[in-house]
Write a protein that binds this ligand. Structure first.
Ligand SMILES: [Ca+2]
Length: 229
């Protein structure tokens, strides 16, 4: 009798452990307030900014063609999301397919970077060759603000980029350069709730990367900001 009870307890403990392990592997799923409610998008989070305010959790899609030579790569001003609301209005969902002009498709997928530098050559689902030239990619995340706040969005890129905040183009840097932190700084007011960030980064040759952080005006990690993708 005692042995039966012991077996029952051990079996129960094993089941509980398996369930706890499984539950621990699940990412929280939800919508970051207003943005999710408006779009119905299934997105994951919340994630924290890293210690310096960098975002390391993104949705990424690409590559798209960026033909031409410096200073005139043509993809920079081509809206490859035109059939999907356009760059300014696009709202991606994990797994959404984007058909390119040649008829092939690419999918929006999550990426977590271990570094504050988002190196496109390290993103497996893009399938890039190392040092691949004349391409571009889009990245998206949502910021969830606990309160109204004044922040700075700071960007570094290789090569150029366009940046939309809540579907408004706030930056267009058609540049050719190596990426360093804080190459541009954009003071913005963020209201309490959700804000979608969409960035298009283009590549001529060499490295292909960007870094993006959300900080207080004096450069510290912005408090009360979480990230969804
Ligand atoms: Ca480059």
């Amino acid at each position: 009798m005692i042995r039966d009870k012991l077996h029952f307890c051990i079996a129960g403990l094993c089941l509980f452990t398996i369930f706890a392990l499984f539950a621990g592997c699940q990412e929280p799923v939800g919508t970051p307030g207003a943005a999710g409610e408006k779009t119905g998008a299934k997105i994951l989070g919340p994630y924290e900014l890293d210690g310096a305010g960098f975002i390391t959790n993104w949705l990424v899609v690409g590559p798209f063609p960026n033909p031409g030579e410096r200073p005139d790569n043509k993809g920079f001003d081509v809206d490859y999301l035109a059939g999907y609301g356009g760059e300014a209005k696009h709202v991606p969902v994990i797994g959404m397919e984007i058909t390119r002009d040649d008829g092939t498709s690419v999918k929006w997928a999550q990426y977590y970077a271990v570094s504050y530098r988002i190196d496109f050559f390290g993103i497996d689902h893009l399938g890039l060759d190392y040092d691949q030239e004349d391409i571009l990619a889009y990245v998206v995340c949502w910021l969830e603000c606990a309160d109204d706040m004044q922040v700075e969005i700071r960007v570094g890129s290789d090569d150029g980029y366009k940046l939309w905040l809540d579907h408004k183009l706030i930056a267009s840097e058609h540049v050719y350069r190596s990426a360093y932190t804080d190459q541009e700084r954009y003071p913005v007011k963020l209201s309490k709730g959700s804000h979608i960030i969409l960035i298009k980064v283009d590549q001529d040759y060499g490295s292909f990367e960007f870094m993006f952080r959300v900080v207080t005006p004096d450069g510290k990690k912005a408090p009360g900001v979480k990230v969804w993708n």
